[in-house]
Every structure is written in structure tokens, then in C-alpha cells.
Ligand binder design. Structure first.
Ligand code: AMP
Length: 400
């Protein structure tokens, strides 16, 4: 079984060819700067350690996908003889709104429903749709499956997903919390439950900390709350996104500075978070180096980030009536012992005890980070969103 996983962005197309049953990755790559001068094509074949990186003009996503197909089927370094060997295609789709609580086989109706949610994710859904249509054009007859970033969180109860604004905004405009990073939260919580021995009941908090960051409370395998909202701007302090902020403060800034909606969008999504406070970079590694050198703003940014993570952990433990396991994932969650350690500071009263030694050692794979005496298990679990897409695609075409 070979599933082609496609993650299509405005100027990029990431792809992987995976066997969802054995988890073998046949090929992995990226088409970058599509439609921009200096496009780049990358391919890696893990089995033979083959790597290809070349500058190649790709004016459209169709050009990019043609490159992907040509590379995958190349006589010299390709991994399949022809596209006939590809059984199905799984697509990452940002926003499924309330229409999709699980992954689906794509037909005309699904395409229309994804398009109808474009207004909820104007930067992502149209690109995802374009990726799907391009695959349908270049590989006709293959089953295409949509896997949504929002679907995993559709199990949230109304008290968690509703905003306390006039009800008509929900009824008429579908304004509510949807949550994102669903594939990552699904993958990590499924792995966590496996580590726990697949108990029927479990209370897990997943901290997905990367450039974008969100926390989810997963009770008995179902998401019951998460920190991102209608959009991925809400919740934690991120690389360049502000996270939780008083909406009144935004109106105040907008009026005082005479800013447009677009200016405000740029301010809260591209100029805030770590970058907004530290001002020199949005990258957590730069932040840690500066903090070690005594940079006061770097220290403040780290304290703000970890204060908020800690607050969400305590709040979600309250929402679930306890917590059995806390998991860290994403670029920061998997790699930064400092952020993990500071995020769990002061939580000993909840039975959360980090083993600082285990936390400071860099080890690949799933790693236990809690002391044996800790009432709550703490783990680092590297995320694998592509595998979730491949597995869901496989299950759907198998009729599961
Ligand atoms: P992601 O969006 O999941 O790729 O994560 C990107 C973030 O992970 C960036 O802020 C990186 O600085 C951060 N990151 C990657 N490696 C490390 C590391 N060793 N220590 C701290 N942060 C890291």
C-alpha cells in the first residue's frame, strides 16, 4: 500500500509517499517558492540515502506536482515504476468547519463543502483545494481523501467551543472555537494511550509547541478543549502570533494608530508573539541563546510563554478532573528542555514532577521525562502528522 500525502500551501507543496501499514517512508520532499522566482525542488529517498535539491522554475502548483510525479517515477532514483503504484492520495485541509468531524473520501459534495469553509481559513483552504484539484487532474481515477486540521476537535462540548458573544454570530456566521493541529494532537494522544497500555479512560494534555503552538485536553481519546479558536491566532504565545489578548486592547490599538484591518491582521499574526516581545527573532533557539547571554527581553518572552503554557495545563487538568499524562511535541516541545522545564514549574502541587536529568538529555523517539514518584507521566513524543493523513486515507479506502 502506497499513499501519497500532500500538504499544499500558498507557495509550497510538501509531499511524502508512505506505507501506512508498515510506516515506511519511501520518499519525502518539498516544492518551495512556487510562483516566485528561484523555486526549489527537494526529494529524499530514506532507503537509499538519496537526496536531490535543485533550483527549478515552478510557476504553478501544477508544475510542482508534475515535478513530484516525475521524481517519484524517475528511472534512476524514483521509488515507483509509475503512478499506477500509488493507491491513494491524502490531503491536509486546514478548515473543515462544522461539516467534518472526521476524514472523508473526496467527491463533488466534499469539494463544495471545503470551498464553503474558505471564509474560515482564507489563507489555507483555497490552496488546499487547489492541491486536490491538481491531483485529480494529473492522476485521474485515484481516490483522494481530505484530512482536516479541525476535525479532531469536533468532539469539544458546547461549553468549551462557544464564545460568549451574541448567539446569532454562531448561528449565522458559525463563529466558535474550532481548534487546529488536530492531526498532531490525534497522533500524540493515540501514541500516549498506547504507552499507557490503551486504558479505556485517560486524561492527557498535549502541548504542541512549534512556530504555531496549541494545547489540547484529550479525555478518553476525545478532544474536549484546545487553545486555538476560530483561527490559529488564539491561545498560546507563538513565534509571531499573539495568542490570548483582550479584544478590547486590539480595538484600542487600531483606533489610536488609525490602522486598517489588514495592518491589524499583520500585527497580531506576523509581528507579535516571541518576535513582538524579543524583537530580534521569532525563533526559540535565538531566544534561548540571548537569554543565556543576559538579554532581559528574551527572559521576559520565555517567562511569558511558559507562564501561559503552565496556566493552560492547570486549566485543562481542571476541565478533565485530573491528568494522567502530559506530552510535549513540535519543534520546541521536542527539543527545548528549558521551555519544558519552565512550563512545568510550580505544578508539583498537582503531582507533576519532571526528572530534570532525563529532560536535559537529547534522545530520539518517545522519551519519559517524569520522575518515578510523579503522579502524572510526562513524555516527549515526536509528532507525525503525515502518518495520520496516510493512516486515515488507508482506513477510508479500506472502508473502515
Ligand atoms: P516547528 O514549527 O514545529 O517546526 O518548530 C519550530 C520552532 O522549534 C522554532 O521556534 C525553533 O527555534 C524551535 N526549535 C527547534 N529546535 C530547537 C532546539 N534545539 N531548542 C529550542 N527550540 C528549538
Amino acid at each position: 500500500m502506497k499513499v501519497l500525502v500532500i500538504n499544499c500551501g500558498s507557495s509550497s507543496l510538501k509531499y511524502q509517499l508512505i506505507n501506512p501499514e508498515t510506516e515506511e517512508v519511501f520518499a519525502i520532499g518539498l516544492c518551495d517558492r512556487i510562483g516566485i522566482h528561484g523555486s526549489k525542488f527537494e526529494l529524499e529517498v530514506p532507503a537509499s540515502n538519496f537526496e536531490l535539491e535543485k533550483e527549478k522554475d515552478m510557476g504553478t502548483h501544477k508544475d510542482a506536482l508534475e515535478m513530484v510525479i516525475a521524481a517519484l517515477t524517475d528511472e534512476e532514483f524514483g521509488v515507483v515504476k509509475s503512478v499506477a503504484e500509488i493507491d491513494a492520495i491524502g490531503h491536509r485541509v486546514a478548515h473543515g468547519g462544522e461539516n467534518f468531524s472526521r476524514s472523508v473520501l473526496i467527491d463533488r459534495e466534499v469539494l463544495e463543502a471545503i470551498g464553503a469553509n474558505n471564509c474560515l481559513a482564507p489563507l489555507h483552504n483555497p490552496e488546499n483545494l487547489m492541491g486536490i484539484l491538481t491531483c485529480m487532474l494529473l492522476m485521474p481515477g485515484k481516490p483522494n481523501v481530505a484530512v482536516f486540521d479541525t476535525a479532531f476537535h469536533q468532539t469539544m462540548p458546547a461549553e468549551a467551543f462557544m464564545y460568549a458573544i451574541p448567539y446569532s454570530e454562531y448561528k449565522e456566521l458559525k463563529v466558535r472555537k474550532y481548534g487546529f493541529h488536530g492531526m498532531s494532537h490525534k497522533y500524540v494522544s493515540t501514541t500516549a494511550r498506547e504507552i499507557m497500555g490503551k486504558p479505556e479512560m485517560s486524561k492527557i494534555i498535549i502541548c504542541h509547541l512549534g512556530n504555531g503552538a496549541s494545547i489540547a485536553a484529550v479525555k478518553d481519546g476525545k478532544s474536549i478543549d484546545t487553545s486555538m479558536g476560530l483561527t490559529p491566532t488564539d491561545g498560546l504565545m507563538m513565534g509571531t502570533r499573539c495568542g490570548d489578548v483582550d479584544p478590547g486592547a486590539l480595538f484600542y490599538i487600531k483606533n489610536k494608530r488609525g490602522l486598517s484591518d489588514k495592518d491589524m491582521d499583520t500585527k497580531i499574526n506576523k509581528k507579535s508573539g516571541i518576535l513582538g516581545i524579543f524583537e530580534k527573532s521569532s525563533d526559540c533557539r535565538d531566544l534561548e541563546i540571548a537569554r543565556a547571554g543576559g538579554d532581559v527581553r528574551a527572559e521576559l518572552a520565555i517567562n511569558m510563554m511558559t507562564y501561559r503554557i503552565r496556566s493552560y495545563i492547570a486549566s485543562y487538568a481542571a476541565a478533565m478532573g485530573g491528568v494522567d499524562m502530559i506530552c510535549f511535541t513540535g519543534g520546541i516541545g521536542e527539543n527545548s528542555s528549558l521551555i519544558r522545564s519552565k512550563s512545568l514549574e510550580k505544578l508539583k502541587f498537582m503531582g507533576i514532577e519532571l526528572d530534570e536529568e532525563a529532560n536535559s538529555v537529547r534522545k530520539k523517539g518517545n522519551v519519559k521525562l517524569s520522575k518515578n514518584s510523579s503522579k502524572v507521566a510526562i513524555y516527549k513524543i515526536p509528532t507525525n502528522e503525515e502518518l495520520v493523513i496516510a493512516r486515515d486515507t488507508f482506513n477510508i479506502i479500506q472502508g473502515k
